[in-house]
Design a protein. Structure first.
Length: 657
């Protein structure tokens, strides 16, 4: 029995005989709180003494637990400062149990063969030696090893069922679920795709195909417009010509970001693009961009493209674009799959010549059909989906984001993302405003002007931000354990005090926002350097402030008719109330539904329409920034319900040309 407990018992005039009996039975402060009152009465006769003793023991145990926790945290901090390895702590049962981990994963393998006549990949059916094969594969197997396994499956002993020789084909592994790199493992692909069953295709293409005279003549007369179909489909194919068995297998749980209206909701993109691209076709693979675009007969021939830019850290020094050279540009049509904008655009923009071409974007639905809608609204929607996926898969942070280093993204992929940033700003004035301002300043100007402390507070989670802001306001009012817990995930190497907290947060901000993504910064700089003259620091801050949506700012964008009837005025009030009440994510979806972009753009014109109750629903024309509202809403909940149903759907179909 410890001295403090003995002192309490003597202070309450408990007999020495009772105290001695407790000691003989080894009943101390850790045992007394778990004893029932009847058992304790055998040693302490009076009820008041028993209650006081139990309360004292519980308080002593709680204090001991708190002291032990503080000592554990301080021990870990001292180990980090001194450079010693921290003692591993098991967070949950069986953590680190290597025997419990799966060594094999289930994979579906298919065969896609390139059809020279239709200029697209077609799935080989089981009757011809293809079909779907199910295999359990070691999760550490690479794509190169899977390619060899697939060749052995579909070409046993070097021949397929139809006696086609493997040596006559070039082969590669592709997937409709995730971007495939040759160095990726099965475990990597599962981690990135987040699907229940990974499906991969052995894509084969015959080598040295002999073209007919008509085909050779067609190849000699290709126009300056090329179509790059990243989905493996023939561009602009009609519905009747598409055999669903020949379409790349699509999972039903495709990861599609953004809201989608019901099938009968009309989203219109009616503004025509200049020089609508002819329906010329090239090989539907993300091949090289034309080095020198062919010209129509009688049109003056431009000079050759400038020499290859000098090599830098990121691989290329980007050539500034200007409107004077617009006539010398190739017009390239990209066909992008909805739900796969991130991988498809990166794949397309890995070619440096993408900065010197005019890009026209078409979207392909998960069912394999091309969307009918086209124009500036579709372009904005594509860039919106790309950066939404990029924030989720390639960045870290709370309210502001910073890219993190991924083993499957090398210099080529990061430079492609930089080109997408440049082309997105050029074509649609889309800018990734959620990226941390100091990070963008370091990329564009090689220095930072914004407060690292303020940006770091936006970078951390909401709970950590609340603790840190409270400590900045009144350091003594914050529990030291809570403050240490808020700093520990960011590898703080010092014990925070009232005097060093502000410089400490600035240093941690520099580490998280500048030092950690420095490889990405160096890859982006040569590509986006010319944007620094277009967006000086003051203009950059204005762009971020003006394009970040708020409820009040979106209300100001709404333009109602000058003259409205009483029902129209009521619907206008409902719409303003809805915009003012929704959260930031829903507000961004509302903007994307109306304009194609989740950022602040041009004013949104409101037009009122007459519909029946059955057909009542909002409609939008994203190219013209037009929102059509039925006047049949008798109350606010009806309008809110219709908008929520549209904005929380899975995909929007741009189906008006």
């Amino acid at each position: 029995m410890d001295a403090e407990l003995r002192g309490l018992l003597l202070q309450r005039d408990i007999d020495e005989e009772c105290i001695q009996k407790l000691e003989n039975e080894k009943i101390d402060a850790s045992v007394i709180p778990v004893m029932n009152d009847g058992d304790l009465a055998k040693y302490i006769p009076k009820a008041g003494d028993r209650i006081a003793t139990v309360a004292f023991c519980r308080k002593a145990n709680a204090s001991l637990h708190t002291k032990s926790r503080k000592e554990s945290i301080m021990t870990r901090l001292r180990q980090r400062v001194s450079g010693e390895a921290p003692v591993p702590v098991r967070k949950k049962p069986l953590a680190g149990n290597a025997n419990a981990k799966k060594k094999d994963r289930w994979v579906e393998l298919g065969w896609m063969d390139f059809n020279e006549k239709d200029k697209r990949y077609k799935q080989v059916k089981a009757i011809n030696g293809g079909g779907t094969r199910h295999r359990t594969i070691d999760k550490d197997k690479t794509v190169v090893e899977i390619n060899k396994l697939a060749e052995d499956l579909f070409f046993p002993n070097g021949f397929s069922k139809k006696k086609k020789r493997l040596s006559d084909y070039s082969t590669e592994i592709e997937s409709s679920q995730v971007y495939v790199n040759s160095w990726s493992t099965v475990d990597n692909l599962y981690e990135e795709s987040k699907v229940k069953i990974l499906r991969l295709y052995l894509c084969t293409k015959i080598v040295n195909v002999t073209l007919s005279s008509e085909e050779e003549e067609a190849e000699m007369h290709l126009t300056s417009t090329s179509t790059v179909d990243l989905t493996g489909h023939e561009p602009h194919a009609s519905t009747e010509e598409q055999d669903m068995d020949d379409i790349v297998h699509q999972e039903t749980d495709l990861e599609i970001i953004g809201a989608v209206a019901p099938e009968d909701v009309q989203l219109d993109d009616t503004v025509p693009w200049p020089d609508q691209p002819p329906q010329g076709l090239v090989e539907p693979q993300p091949g090289p961009w034309p080095d020198q675009p062919p010209q129509s007969p009688g049109e003056p021939q431009p000079g050759p493209w400038p020499d290859q830019p000098p090599q830098g850290f990121g691989g290329l020094v980007a050539e500034p674009w200007n409107e004077q050279t617009l006539g010398e540009r190739a017009l390239v049509t990209l066909i992008i799959r909805r739900g796969h904008c991130l991988t498809d655009l990166i794949k397309a923009f890995t070619n440096p010549d993408s900065l010197r071409a005019d890009v026209f974007i078409k979207m392909r639905l998960p069912n394999g059909k091309l969307e009918e809608g086209e124009g500036s609204g579709v372009t904005r929607d594509c860039f919106t989906e790309f950066w939404t996926h990029f924030y989720e898969r390639c960045t870290m942070g709370g309210d502001v984001k910073v890219p993190f280093i991924r083993h499957d993204y090398q210099c080529e992929e990061w430079q492609a993302i930089a080109r997408i940033l440049v082309v997105g700003w050029k074509m649609a004035h889309y800018f990734p405003v959620k990226l941390a301002t100091p990070f963008l300043e370091e990329v564009l100007y090689s220095t930072t002007f914004s407060s690292l402390k303020d940006s770091f507070l936006q970078y951390v989670s909401g709970q950590e931000r609340e603790v840190l802001q409270k400590a900045l306001e009144d350091f003594d009012s914050v529990d030291s354990d809570s403050l240490l817990d808020a700093l520990e995930p960011h590898e703080c190497q010092q014990v925070p005090t009232k005097d060093n907290l502000i410089p400490l947060l600035s240093q941690m901000g520099h580490k998280s926002l500048i030092q950690a993504p420095m490889y990405v910064i160096e890859c982006w700089r040569p590509i986006v350097e010319h944007l620094a003259s277009v967006l000086p620091p003051d203009a950059l801050h204005r762009v971020i402030e003006q394009k970040t949506p708020t409820g009040r700012a979106v209300k100001d964008l709404l333009q109602f008719p000058d003259v409205m009837t009483a029902p129209e005025k009521a619907v206008a009030r409902y719409l303003k109330r809805y915009v003012g009440e929704v959260d930031l994510r829903t507000l961004q979806l509302f903007l994307r539904f109306c304009t194609g972009s989740n950022l602040m753009e041009k004013p949104i014109k409101i037009e009122f329409i007459e519909t029946s109750d059955f057909e009542r629903r909002p409609q939008s024309h994203t190219c013209g920034f037009l929102l059509k509202l039925p006047v049949g809403y008798n109350n606010y909940p009806d309008l809110r319900s219709d908008f929520n149903a549209i904005l929380t759907s899975s995909v929007w179909v741009m189906d008006i040309i």
